[in-house]
Design a protein around this ligand. Structure first.
Ligand code: GLY
Length: 383
């Protein structure tokens, strides 16, 4: 894929995405789409799992693009649901507060000043910092706090910490930022291997806090680079630089991004694990969308030549997604981006059975859509 998505093409793609979303409003306002589609159509879900914030985020992106009040009204209704969810602590016993509350409620607060959204997002930030482990200096992934068999961090969480920087920004309370910085530092020190591939998760000793070992949850094997994990690393490092201006983030960004790019097949849609660069294994389009967003974010802070290189690659990846994965017709799918993978079983990972393989998923839809205004204008990010 040589062609780069230009502004006109990005606008056309945004129009197409908004058209699909407009058709979904009646179905997905009081209910949410399930995390991944079945035969490319989303089952209805309550506000559970780590994935519902993305549809609200898509409505905010659509509202920004079209000015259509219907998107705003649906998004604000969903903000009420997010406040209810955190107040009643429904399915929030995990680290993904940022994925849930940034594109939904932080976006709502940034765009409309909604006090409900602010309250919900701050409660989510408090919930997230309660997962901070002094021993090891990280936000614990999933499950029972302190459980020795799950005393680990996860690369995905680099996208959750911007919620904490935002919480410090609006409250003036440094405690959120301090935890964000500590978690990021621990992640950076342990997740990136010498060849610049990344571990998905990393275990620590609960008694001493010492690093123990890297391990995968959704990748092919412990020593491979799960494509979406590497993509969370790409965007995570860009966001870490945005908030810290630590030069080390630039080096790590270039390392993990260049590794990601070096493992892309010719058509630029990544396989679900970067172990694979050809053949019949499924693709994870969502990993491509996440990584491209990260490249465009980091390009804002890099010297001209480096910025141009990543901007060009992100534009080519966007064009590849548009040509091979984007939904242009609601009879094909009610999602925006085909050919994602939620979780795939392998002989070496703990996934009991395939989930959402070669399907749409809500984060793939969201990050594909976030990519488009980034190619049109100086988009003010929600993260
Ligand atoms: N954050 C979980 C995932 O990317 O599947």
């Amino acid at each position: 894929m040589e062609q780069t998505m230009d502004r006109r093409q990005a606008l056309e793609a945004l129009d197409a995405a908004c058209g699909i979303l407009r058709g979904n409003l009646a179905k997905f306002t009081d209910k949410f789409p399930f995390s991944c589609s079945e035969n490319n159509f989303y089952p209805e879900s309550e506000n559970v799992e780590w994935t519902t914030g993305f549809v609200t985020g898509e409505y905010w992106l659509a509202y920004e693009h079209t000015g259509d009040e219907a998107f705003k009204a649906s998004a604000l209704r969903q903000v009420d649901s997010f406040l209810d969810r955190i107040e009643r602590e429904i399915d929030v016993n995990h680290h993904d507060m940022g994925f849930l509350y940034t594109p939904s409620c932080v976006a709502a607060y940034r765009l409309t000043g909604s006090e409900t959204a602010k309250k919900a997002a701050l409660m989510a930030a408090d919930h997230l910092i309660a997962r901070f482990q002094e021993k090891g200096q990280f936000l614990q992934a999933w499950g029972e706090l302190g459980a020795p068999d799950n005393y680990r961090l996860i690369i995905d969480c680099l996208l959750n910490v911007p919620l904490l920087y935002w919480a410090t920004e609006v409250t003036g309370d440094e405690k959120y930022r301090k935890i964000a910085l500590a978690h990021t530092k621990t992640s950076m020190a342990n997740l990136v291997r010498p060849d610049h591939s990344t571990y998905h998760t990393y275990f620590f000793d609960p008694e001493t806090g010492a690093p123990v070992r890297g391990s995968t949850q959704q990748g092919y094997r412990d020593g491979s680079a799960w494509a979406r994990g590497q993509a969370w690393g790409v965007y995570g490092m860009a966001l870490a630089y945005r908030y810290t201006h630590d030069e080390e983030c630039i080096r790590l960004f270039c390392d993990v991004t260049d590794y990601f790019i070096s493992r892309l097949p010719e058509d630029l849609v990544p396989y679900w694990d970067l172990e694979f660069t050809s053949g019949d294994e499924p693709r994870d389009s969502s990993a491509g969308a996440v990584a491209a967003c990260g490249m465009l974010e980091m390009a804002k802070y890099l010297p001209e030549a480096e910025a141009a290189r990543y901007t060009e690659m992100a534009g080519r990846m966007a064009q590849a997604l548009w040509e091979t994965c984007a939904v242009r017709d609601a009879s094909v799918s009610d999602g925006l981006l085909l050919h994602g993978v939620y979780a795939k079983n392998s002989p070496y990972n703990p996934i009991p059975e395939d989930r959402g393989v070669d399907e749409c998923n809500t984060w793939g839809d969201y990050f594909y859509m976030e990519l488009l205004p980034r190619l049109v204008k100086d988009w003010q990010l929600y993260w």
